[in-house]
Design a binder for this molecule. Structure first.
Ligand code: 3PG
Length: 307
């Protein structure tokens, strides 16, 4: 009987775990769970006899794959696969999938929630401002970007989007203004929200030139990955522009410096929590389990990302 292992340093909600387990047991497979581990060695031990693994932001590198002698498939319950060594998986004939769209509403709501928190003076009681009528630039018009546009439009924001992989037609159908370049987004919008993956091409792609071109007050919202921002550029921007604010779902490397020098100009979640809702956990977890069951039974590779 094939064994499906769920490995989550940051656990799913208990109900989601129960639902994942049910999908796996109902399909006639064995279920195993490793949560809140602090030592990679625990992952290496647990994966030894697993045929399939479900992960979140857990690192799956060549060492993990070599420890999983029977490993055939890794499914990232979520969107970003920057935590999986895709080349190493392909070299070992291991299929890697994600579960696109399953946690997108949770992330979009957090992005919007952080924007409200900031414009209302971090709920301090001081006078703030409103999002209605403000220009929001969305970089990356995938499931999350699209959902954020929908919510922001509901609040009366003027929404602009740039995505090199999405057509003007698709964006405009949603009542969102399409922009040809990311430069145009930064030049036009005083709030910019990042919704593109972290890879060799995008790491550090939020540069000083782009940030410095933003109208005042400049607010960058990052619920994607901290590596997207050139942190030296961001520190320069903080130093030069007292209007600059950075809101991020996960602390940047230069957190201490920002906290000591630029109080009141930032908000960072202590742990990545964009997808940390009961609904998102359930959706992504069940999708991951179902994709594995389907793959093991029929060979379906629809959501494979390492082709
Ligand atoms: C994703 O890529 O799906 C999100 O960043 C969520 O990551 P998490 O599952 O580690 O919360």
């Amino acid at each position: 009987m094939a064994k499906i292992l769920v490995v989550t340093e940051k656990p799913f909600a208990a109900d989601a775990v129960a639902s994942i387990k049910k999908v796996i047991l109902d399909a006639g497979f064995e279920f195993a769970l490793l949560e809140k581990y602090t030592d990679k060695g625990d992952f290496l031990k647990a994966v030894a006899d697993a045929d399939a693994v479900i992960i979140r932001s857990d690192i799956v590198d060549g060492e993990v794959m070599d420890a999983g002698k029977k490993l055939k498939i890794v499914v990232r319950a979520g969107a970003g696969v920057d935590n999986v060594d895709l080349g190493a998986a392909t070299a070992r004939n291991i299929v890697v999938m994600n579960t696109p769209g399953q946690n997108s509403n949770a992330v979009a709501e957090l992005a919007l929630g952080m924007m409200i928190y900031q414009v209302r003076a971090f709920f301090s009681g001081k006078s703030g401002s409103e999002l209605k009528g403000k220009k929001l630039g969305i970089l990356g018009y995938g499931y999350i970007g699209k959902r954020l546009a929908e919510i922001a439009k509901g609040l009366g924001m003027l929404v602009y989007a740039y995505d090199p992989f999405v057509s003007k037609e698709t964006v405009e159908k949603d009542g969102v203004t399409y922009m040809e370049t990311q430069q145009e987004i930064y030049r036009t919008c005083s709030t910019v929200s990042l919704h593109f993956p972290s890879n060799d091409k995008t790491k550090g792609s939020v540069t000083y030139e782009l940030l410095a071109s933003m109208p005042k007050p400049a607010v960058v919202v990052n619920t994607a990955r901290k590596e997207l921002i050139d942190e030296a550029a961001m520190l320069k921007m903080f130093a030069e522009r007292s209007d600059f604010v950075y809101l991020s779902d996960v602390e940047p490397g230069c957190k201490e410096e920002i906290a000591s020098k630029f109080p009141g100009k930032y908000f960072f979640t202590p742990k990545k929590m964009g997808a940390q809702t009961a609904e998102a956990n359930n959706n992504a977890g069940i999708a991951a389990a179902s994709q594995i069951v389907d793959f093991l039974k029929t060979g379906n590779k629809t959501y494979q990302v390492n082709k």
